[in-house]
Design a protein around this ligand. Structure first.
Ligand code: NAD
Length: 479
C-alpha cells in the first residue's frame, strides 16, 4: 500500500548511513510502489554539490548497496525525486534554499532525518523552528547514539521537546525494524501456544547474543569513547530484552507497546560487578588488535561484554537473562534463545537423558525461528530420544523476496511517513535504559577495571564462559 506523498529531508544525506542504508532502502520502497513518484527526497549536508552530482552519488550507492537486480529505468525514475541543498546545521546558510525546496501543499508529509551524529542535533532542531521549516505536523527522525549517559540523553530530550512534541520525534533503533524482531511479537501474541509458557515457571533462562566479526577500525575514535555497553547493550540488546520480556500490551499501538517496554526496563535489577565480563580483542597476526584499531595503547574500553541480569517482576522472578555482544568474534550471529526448563521426570529411563526445548529467534544471518523439540530417534534402537529442530527460515517460508524486502531502515522510514511510532523509542524509555546502564559503567570506571583480552576470531574471553557455566548452563554456540 503506497504511503502518502512526502518531502523527506536527510540531514547527512552524503554520509555513510545515508549511502549504505537510507537511500538504497528508499529505492527499494520506490520499486515496491510504496513510495510514489510525487514524493521528494532532499539530501542536506555540509559541502557544495549540485543536484546532478548528488544524483550521481546516489546512483553509485544504489549500485553498491541496493537490490541485487535493479532496473536502470527504475533507478532514473527514483533519482528524479531527489534534490540536494547545502546546509550547515550550525550556521545560517542554506536554510532559505531548503525552505523553498519544500512543498507547502496540504496532504504532503514532511519529515527530517537527522543522520549527522550527535553534536549538531541541538542546533538542527533550533534552526528548523527558527527558519520556519518545522510546523506542528512535521516528524523528525533521530539516529543513535541518543546521548552518552542519562544526563546527556535527558538534556537532548529536553532540547528536542522545546521545539517538537514527543509525538513528532522518532528515535530510531534499527533492531526494532528487523523482520524477526517484529515476528517475535507476532509469535508471542498471535499464538496461543507460547504465551502460557512464557514465564519463570517454564523458562529456565534467556540468552541474547549479538556477535560480530568486524572490528572497530574506521570508527575507532567514536567507539573508544563508547564501548560495547553504550554502543550495543543500552539500545539494541535492551530493546530485544524488552520485547521478549514485556507483558502483552492491550493493543499494538505506540504507547501501549512502549508503556510495557518501559516497565521491563524499570524492573531490571542492578547488576553485580561479578556478573559482568568485559573483553577487548587482541591481534590475530593478520588483523590489528582493538588498541591498534582505536590508536590508544592504554584503552580500557570493552569491545565485548557479557552479563547476567534479572527482571524483578511476577513473570520473570529469578529467571536469568544472559546478554552478550562483541566484535571480532568467530561468527556474525544474532540470536535470542528462550531455553525452557527440563521435563520434570523422564518416563523413558535414565539413558534417555533429560531434554529442554529451545526457541531460537535468529536476527541474522538467515532470519527465522527454530523450535527444538524432542522426538524418538528413528530406527529399531528402542526408545532413544533425540532433539531435532522445527525450522522456519523466513526466506524459505515466505519466498525469495522475503530477504530482499527485509531491511530494517526502509520499514522504519515508511512507519515515519505513516506516523506510526510503535517501533521507535520514546524519550522516557531511552532515559530509563541509561538509568540502568550508567551505574554499571560508573562502577567499572571507578574501580579502574581493565577488560579481559580475547583472541580475535574466538567466542570472547574465557570468563564469559565461566559466567554462565558456573550456573550449570552454557552459551549457545556462535558457530
Ligand atoms: P558520516 O560521518 O559518514 O556522515 C555525516 C553526514 O552528516 C555527512 O553527510 C555530513 O556532511 C553531515 N553533517 C555533519 N555535520 C553537519 C552539519 N553541522 N551540518 C550539516 N550536515 C552535517 O556519518 P554516518 O556514518 O552516516 O552516521 C550518521 C549518523 O547515523 C550518526 O549519528 C551515526 O551515529 C548514526 N549511525 C550510523 C550508522 C552507520 O552504519 N554508518 C549506523 C547506525 C547509526
Amino acid at each position: 500500500i503506497p504511503v502518502d506523498p512526502f518531502d523527506l529531508v536527510i540531514f547527512g544525506g552524503t554520509g555513510d548511513l545515508a549511502r549504505r542504508k537510507i537511500l538504497p532502502g528508499l529505492f527499494r520502497r520506490f520499486c515496491a510502489g510504496q513510495m510514489t513518484r510525487d514524493s521528494r527526497i532532499i539530501g542536506a549536508a555540509r559541502g557544495d554539490m549540485d543536484e546532478t552530482a548528488y544524483r550521481d552519488m546516489v546512483r553509485e550507492a544504489i549500485a553498491e548497496f541496493g537490490p541485487s537486480r535493479s532496473e536502470a529505468c527504475a533507478v532514473e525514475d527514483f533519482l528524479s525525486c531527489l534534490g540536494y541543498v547545502s546546509v550547515d546545521a550550525r550556521g545560517d546558510d542554506g536554510w532559505c534554499d531548503l525552505k523553498s525546496a519544500l512543498r507547502e501543499e496540504e496532504g504532503i508529509v514532511r519529515a527530517f532525518y537527522f543522520s549527522v551524529g550527535p553534536s549538531p542535533l541541538k542546533k538542527l532542531a533550533e534552526r528548523l523552528r527558527q527558519h520556519g521549516l518545522a510546523h506542528d505536523e512535521v516528524r523528525i527522525v533521530v539516529e543513535k547514539p541518543f546521548g552518552h549517559n542519562l544526563a546527556s540523553a535527558r538534556a537532548l530530550n529536553e532540547e528536542l521537546a522545546r521545539h517538537f512534541d514527543e509525538s513528532q520525534i522518532y528515535r530510531i533503533d534499527h533492531y526494532l525494524g528487523k523482520e524477526t524482531v517484529q515476528n517475535l511479537m507476532a509469535v508471542r501474541f498471535g499464538n496461543m501456544l507460547f504465551e502460557p509458557l512464557w514465564n519463570a515457571q517454564y523458562v529456565d533462562h534467556i540468552q541474547i547474543t549479538v556477535a560480530e566479526t568486524v572490528g572497530v577500525s574506521g570508527r575507532g575514535s567514536y567507539y573508544d569513547k563508547s564501548g560495547a555497553m553504550r554502543d550495543m547493550v543500552q539500545n539494541h540488546l535492551m530493546q530485544l530484552l524488552c520485547l521478549i520480556a514485556m507483558e502483552p500490551p492491550a493493543r499494538f499501538d505506540p504507547d501501549a507497546v512502549r508503556d510495557e517496554k518501559l516497565k521491563v526496563i524499570r524492573a531490571l535489577d542492578p547488576v553485580d560487578p561479578d556478573q559482568i565480563v568485559r573483553g577487548q580483542y587482541t591481534s590475530d597476526g593478520a588483523m590489528a588488535s582493538y588498541r591498534e584499531d582505536v590508536e590508544n595503547a592504554a584503552s580500557k574500553t570493552e569491545s565485548f561484554i557479557a552479563l547476567k541480569c534479572y527482571i524483578s517482576n511476577w513473570r520473570w522472578a529469578n529467571t536469568p537473562f544472559y546478554l552478550r555482544t562483541g566484535k571480532r568474534l568467530s561468527d556474525r550471529a544474532s540470536e535470542i534463545a528462550v531455553v525452557f526448563k527440563e521435563t520434570p521426570h523422564s518416563i523413558f529411563g535414565i539413558d534417555s537423558g533429560r531434554h529442554r526445548n529451545v526457541l531460537s529467534i535468529r536476527l541474522q544471518p538467515n532470519e527465522g525461528m527454530t523450535l527444538g523439540v524432542t522426538i524418538k530417534e528413528p530406527g529399531p534402537g528402542g526408545m532413544r530420544l533425540v532433539d531435532v529442530p522445527l525450522d522456519m527460515t523466513f526466506a524459505e517460508a515466505l519466498g525469495p523476496d522475503a530477504e530482499e524486502a527485509a531491511d530494517a531502515y526502509e520499514r522504519l522510514i515508511m512507519d515515519v511517513i505513516r506516523g506510526n511510532q510503535t517501533l521507535f523509542m520514546r524519550g522516557d524509555e531511552v532515559e530509563a535504559a541509561w538509568a540502568w546502564t550508567d551505574p554499571l559503567i560508573e562502577g567499572w570506571e571507578r574501580r579502574g577495571d581493565s577488560p579481559k583480552p580475547y583472541d580475535a576470531g574466538s567466542a570472547g574471553p574465557d570468563d564469559a564462559a565461566f559466567l554462565i557455566n558456573r550456573d550449570g548452563r552454557r552459551w549457545r554456540r556462535i558457530k
